[in-house]
Design a protein around this ligand. Structure first.
Ligand SMILES: Cc1cc2nc3c(=O)[nH]c(=O)nc-3n(C[C@H](O)[C@H](O)[C@H](O)COP(=O)(O)OP(=O)(O)OC[C@H]3O[C@@H](n4cnc5c(N)ncnc54)[C@H](O)[C@@H]3O)c2cc1C
Length: 380
């Protein structure tokens, strides 16, 4: 089976160290032999994504972004891109559960609260202590979680509407708005211990990524001690981080598109010369994807204060979203009736492409996506 980086091209691979190249090969091997063959079963709830995480953990691939001194691999952002593309080309569910954890590994490593690192980071890097996140809601206008500073810590109340991978989590890092200042955010580590103060919903029924067991968590006057403080943040800081990450976050959509392209190529081979449009479309999509990938990463690595940065970054982000959906749709069309089977990869990728349309979405990205899709922006 092919893999993401080989299919798309090798842009970025020259930046990897020998150790990272080895880890990437391991990732590809596991994706080809374990994760992708089980992807439909995982998606349909017939196999457990935790088994995939265990396989990655055995190969040292849970702590890829954690520094070596804390038991991780200390990999670069160039590695993280191809790692993300490889996993999302194989199984979106596995990647999405893991990526929340990779985010908290970074947040806890960067925390000014050294005891958090000492207590949890090694176990997090080895896959023995998964920590999810609940802060996407901070982008909304109205606060969802409110924190009050009290003696010895914080009291938090409200609803975190999305917490992914809940059954696998030992803890969650919640982002809450400070009750005295709507512009100020505080991030707090809370162990998953169900109680009157910490209650999860059943997994939300989702059309894509249903197997990620994403829940809504309600906190009712939950006390979080100061020793579990992670960091302060702000609405403005979050917006700056979102703006800086617009183009770099194309990797999941690119990985999904790469997987769909593999499906399309297989279908083209199977149907032979009867439908000549299939190989032609496959080649055209491969070229389009390679061009977009190169452009997106060039913008992601370029100056964020360039006058046209944001316009260009939004164009490639929306472009990646639209291209992933288009290639996944073509793979469904090429597969014919079989493409609608729950056992067929094409329909899974089509739904995963839908998901990459809205994950980590900001108002700007929403606007750029809808604009690109609207007929006004079409040549015909
Ligand atoms: C399956 C799934 C799992 C997820 N898992 C997690 C998780 O584990 N942890 C986590 O933190 N998040 C998670 N998310 C959240 C995800 O990142 C959000 O979907 C994304 O941030 C969009 O936010 P929202 O759903 O709150 O959308 P909405 O409230 O609908 O808003 C979408 C975006 O548009 C902006 N916006 C809306 N209205 C306006 C307006 N009038 N003017 C300007 N801007 C506006 C919002 O600020 C927001 O950025 C998950 C989402 C899904 C679908």
């Amino acid at each position: 089976m092919e893999n993401a980086a080989e299919t798309v091209g090798i842009a970025g691979l020259e930046l990897l160290t020998a150790h990272e190249t080895h880890l990437l090969q391991e990732t590809k091997r596991i994706c080809d032999t374990v994760i992708e063959p089980r992807a439909e079963a995982v998606d349909n709830g017939e196999a457990d994504p935790l088994d995939n995480l265990k396989t990655l953990a055995e190969a040292g691939l849970i702590g890829v972004t954690t520094p070596r001194e804390w038991g991780g691999q200390g990999c670069s952002s160039a590695f993280l891109r191809v790692f993300t593309e490889t996993l999302t080309a194989a199984c979106g569910t596995t990647w999405f559960i893991l990526t929340q954890h990779l985010g908290t590994c970074g947040t806890i490593h960067g925390s000014e609260n050294a005891t958090l690192r000492e207590r949890f980071l090694r176990d997090m890097a080895s896959g023995n202590h998964y920590v999810g996140v609940g802060f996407g809601h901070l982008r909304r206008k109205e606060p969802m979680l409110l924190a009050t500073v009290v003696d010895g810590g914080y009291r938090v109340s409200g609803v975190a509407p999305w917490v992914t991978g809940y059954p696998y989590l030992s803890a969650v890092v919640f982002g809450a708005t400070l009750d005295t200042d709507p512009e100020c955010h505080v991030y707090l580590y809370a162990p998953v211990i169900e109680s009157e103060q910490f209650a999860s919903s059943p997994p939300l029924p989702l059309c894509a990524m249903n197997a990620t067991a994403t829940t809504e968590v309600t906190l009712s006057d939950l006390f979080v001690p100061q020793e579990n403080f992670v960091k302060w943040g702000s609405r403005d800081g979050m917006k700056r981080g979102d703006d800086a990450g617009i183009a770099g976050a194309v990797s999941p959509a690119i990985g999904c598109a790469t997987g769909a392209l593999r499906d399309l190529r297989r279908v083209a081979d199977k149907r032979g010369s009867g439908i000549r449009a299939l190989p032609a479309a496959t080649e055209a999509f491969a070229n389009e994807l390679a061009t977009l990938r190169e452009r997106a990463y060039a913008i992601a690595d370029g100056a964020k204060d360039a006058p046209d940065y944001k316009t260009n970054a939004l164009a490639v982000r929306a472009g990646a979203i639209e291209l992933a959906v288009r290639i996944a749709h073509a793979a469904v069309a090429g597969a014919g009736g079989a493409g609608n089977s729950r056992a067929h990869p094409a329909q899974r990728r089509f739904r995963e492409a839908l998901f990459y349309t809205l994950t980590a979405q900001t108002g700007d990205i929403l606007g750029a996506t809808v604009s690109l899709l609207s007929r006004e922006n079409r040549a015909t």
